[in-house]
Ligand binder design. Structure first.
Ligand SMILES: [Cu+2]
Length: 98
């Protein structure tokens, strides 16, 4: 039984590289004006386990997120995280690479 579980796990690992892609999500945020705003948003978003990296562009009021390989984050989850941080979402744009 254990062996079967193990080989299933190995099989799943072999499949992983083909499912290896990350997503770039750009969120336009209303009300984000300084680095404290940016920090608050970053802290909330980092709680999502699928977030790999966050870059905030304060001039353009954009939050760019890179998801971990093979994962995605729903618009709803992103919107909720921004709202929880005390800001509003203007738009969400996605860019799949790979
Ligand atoms: Cu601020």
């Amino acid at each position: 039984m254990k062996n079967k579980t193990l080989s299933l796990a190995l099989f799943a690992l072999l499949l992983l590289p083909s499912a290896s892609w990350a997503e770039q999500v750009t969120i336009a945020v209303r009300g984000m004006v300084c680095s404290f705003c940016a920090q608050g948003i970053k802290r909330t978003l980092m709680q999502n386990e699928n977030v790999k990296d966050i870059h905030v562009d304060l001039d353009k009021k954009l939050v760019r997120i890179e998801t971990k390989d093979g994962t995605t984050i729903s618009d709803e989850a992103l919107r909720q995280a921004i709202i929880d941080s005390g800001f509003d979402v203007v738009s969400i744009a996605r860019d799949n690479n790979g």
